[in-house]
Design a protein around this ligand. Structure first.
Ligand SMILES: Cc1cc2nc3c(=O)[nH]c(=O)nc-3n(C[C@H](O)[C@H](O)[C@H](O)COP(=O)(O)O)c2cc1C
Length: 210
């Protein structure tokens, strides 16, 4: 019997996630910053939504130059935050409410600029502001750096990454490979499937209370 009705995937979604996956029902905040790899984050948001996560996207002004908020709104089925001054859902200040309402946060792509902002405690865009209000001892934050190989190799970036790890941020990638600047090197954002697996693994650790 054929049907035109939409159906849900039997395994709960792509990437091997199932209703028993910790991604299913998880509240995931995705921060998007202004890197060329922002288009890949659309795939990540779609995969998370298909796997049963509740996904909230926040974007810097730079990110919105690469992918429109509407793309992420359509894929997540939720409001997209593009300004520290917006107030879509809660009566609490937006950044406090969003930081308190997620089980895990990811920044993908995470620019050289965003790494520097986070390493020095700046909070002057919507992504870093939400993360500034997030308690990393309870809620993991995964950063997915994405930049040209020379930017990744800068002493300032290395210092910032060392500081961020010491401050409890976790990194996924970057990978080595083809870069948008038409060279091959280290700095390419991890693939959406790899980030999804890292999210799943980290949520599994959190659910064990570690
Ligand atoms: C075409 C283009 C591509 C860019 N790609 C990257 C990138 O992949 N990684 C990065 O760190 N910066 C990249 N930048 C620079 C950032 O967009 C810039 O540093 C910006 O201020 C980042 O702001 P944000 O971190 O608030 O989003 C790119 C800029 C342009 C114009």
């Amino acid at each position: 019997m054929s049907s035109n009705q939409p159906s849900k995937p039997a395994d709960g979604g792509p990437g091997g996630t199932s209703p028993r996956s910790p991604v299913h029902g998880a509240r995931v905040l995705i921060g998007v910053t202004g890197g060329i790899a922002a288009y890949k984050t659309a795939t990540l948001v779609s995969r998370l939504a298909q796997a049963g996560a509740s996904v909230t996207v926040a974007m810097t002004d730079g990110a919105a130059r690469f992918v429109t908020p509407l793309t992420f709104q359509a894929l997540s089925g939720r409001p997209v935050y593009t300004s520290p001054w917006e107030h879509h859902e809660a009566s609490d200040p937006q950044h406090i409410a969003l930081a308190g309402a997620c089980d895990l946060a990811v920044v993908a792509p995470c620019t050289m600029n965003c790494l520097a902002n986070l390493a020095t405690g700046r909070a002057d865009d919507v992504v870093t502001l939400i993360l500034s209000a997030l308690d990393r001892t309870r809620t993991p934050v995964l950063l997915c750096p994405s930049m040209n190989a020379v930017m990744w190799a800068q002493p300032s970036t290395k210092r910032n990454v060392t500081q961020l790890r010491a401050d409890g941020f976790e990194l996924v990638g970057p990978d080595e490979g083809w870069q948008a600047c038409r060279t091959v090197g280290v700095g390419r954002m991890a693939e959406p499937e790899a980030i999804l697996l890292a999210i799943e693994a980290r949520l599994r650790v959190s659910s064990r209370g570690t």
